[in-house]
Write a protein that binds this ligand. Structure first.
Ligand SMILES: [Zn+2]
Ligand SMILES: [Zn+2]
Length: 91
C-alpha cells in the first residue's frame, strides 16, 4: 500500500477576513444592501471582481457572457442553462 507524502500546504494561515466586493456596483458587500445588484446580476454579467475589485473584462457571447479578471481569471455563464422569464398570471 503506497503512502502519499504530505504535500506542503499553507495550514490555517489565512485568519484575516477577505473583503468581498459587489461584482456589480463595486462596493463592499458588507456595506449597505445589494439586493438590486443581485437582481440585476441575474440578467447581467459582473462588472467588478468580487475578490480584488478590479474591473473585469466582459465579453458578450451569443449564448451568454464571459467576464475575466486579470488576476483571478474568468467566469462565464451560458443562457442555455438559465431559466426563461416567468410569465405572470394573465390578467
Ligand atoms: Zn452592489
Ligand atoms: Zn480579481
Amino acid at each position: 500500500m503506497e503512502s502519499e507524502a504530505a504535500v506542503e500546504q499553507e495550514a490555517a494561515n489565512s485568519t484575516a477576513t477577505q473583503t468581498m466586493w459587489c461584482d456589480r456596483c463595486g462596493e463592499d458587500v458588507a456595506t449597505g444592501t445589494h439586493d438590486g445588484c443581485a437582481a440585476a446580476r441575474a440578467l447581467e454579467p459582473p462588472r467588478y471582481c468580487r475578490r480584488c475589485r478590479r474591473r473585469m473584462k466582459v465579453q458578450v457571447l451569443p449564448a451568454g457572457w464571459a467576464a475575466r479578471c486579470a488576476v483571478h481569471g474568468g467566469i462565464s455563464q451560458s443562457t442555455a442553462t438559465g431559466v426563461a422569464g416567468t410569465v405572470g398570471a394573465d390578467g
